[in-house]
Design a binder for this molecule. Structure first.
Ligand code: 13P
Ligand code: SF4
Length: 299
């Protein structure tokens, strides 16, 4: 059986499987660790496994490679990539930096290594508020997610310019989605990821990363929740809270790239040791500075 074969190969190769909360339920269930971007990067930085199989999108596997450069890091599906990470590139960022040398570059982890290499510090949705607060007296460029940058700017009035990137899944959410779901489920609390537009976030009862949403739902005495993030999160939410009910804010909350990875891809990945993440040494070294600064600041 495929699951047994995956387990056998994993043991033989001293590998661990990491999966993001947005992966399909069966992929989450064979993983050693399921988590959000921050948790998975912490595990990648500290694991003593020889090989990391990253079920997610390629910036996540790159991040694991940067934090664990001596390990073999594999992505089961070569072209699983985050469209937001493609909305900025190193050339454009270098041009911006030359024109605005005074701005600190705060880089969402949903970005490629060469962009991280040009940044002062990385953040994830779990630690962005905490880390950006360290720079609150500075001029900031927040890349590449305009929505998360705008949310922080609106909340704290810090001097933040935003790059015009976005997650097409979350950016598609509309205030009407909240109003419609609230009308259908008046007792439900609304929990939304900060990659959503500000007008939608203003209607939320809680704003937070995938991990934050899971923890909020677990500790809340409420029984019903409307969830404003990718539908993969429903699996850990339901597992941890069998007595609570979750409604998706909008049926379009499915990330095609996160859904590319299937169990047979994980099997082939372990068997053939593909697709291996490699990075030029200089880029890896520079990108690791901004990621390690993030881990120091969020610990
Ligand atoms: P978190 O994992 O930080 O919640 O971010 C979600 C995301 O954008 C993954 O693609
Ligand atoms: Fe990128 Fe959005 Fe998909 Fe996450 S959910 S990988 S941010 S497109």
């Amino acid at each position: 059986m495929l699951i047994d074969d995956i387990k056998a190969l994993k043991a033989a190769k001293q590998a661990i499987i990491l999966a993001h909360y947005y992966q399909d339920p069966d992929v989450q269930d064979i993983a050693d660790f399921v988590g959000d971007s921050l948790e998975l990067s912490k595990i990648a930085a500290t694991t003593d496994a020889k090989m990391i199989v990253f079920c997610g999108v390629n910036f996540m596997a790159e991040t694991a490679k940067i934090l664990s450069p001596d390990k073999k890091v594999l992505l089961p599906v070569e072209n699983a990539q985050c469209p937001m990470a493609l909305m900025i590139n190193a050339k454009k960022l270098a041009e911006y930096k030359a024109a605005h040398p005074e701005r600190k570059i705060i880089c969402y982890v949903n970005s490629y290594a060469d962009v991280k290499a040009l940044s002062d510090v990385c953040v994830t949705s779990s630690n962005a508020e905490k880390i950006v607060s360290h720079y609150q007296n500075e001029k900031i460029l927040y890349i590449p997610d305009k929505n998360l940058g705008t949310y922080l700017k609106d909340k704290y009035h810090w001097d933040i310019e935003t790059w015009p990137g976005y997650c097409s899944i979350h950016n598609n959410l509309k205030p009407d989605d909240v109003l419609v779901q609230k009308a259908l489920h008046p007792n439900a609390l609304v929990l939304i990821h900060p990659e959503a537009p500000l007008a939608v976030l203003k209607l939320a009862d809680y704003i937070g990363s995938t991990k934050g949403i899971i923890e909020y739902a677990k500790r809340s005495p409420n029984r019903e929740f409307i969830i404003g993030t990718e539908k993969g999160i429903l699996h850990p939410l339901k597992k941890a809270n069998p007595d609570k009910t979750f409604y998706l804010l909008n049926e379009g909350l499915s990330c095609a790239d996160m859904k590319m990875t299937h169990l047979d891809d994980v099997y082939r990945c372990l068997k053939n040791e593909t697709f291996e993440i490699t990075l030029p040494e200089k880029i890896l070294e520079k990108a690791s500075l901004s990621l390690k600064r993030m881990l120091e600041m969020s610990s």
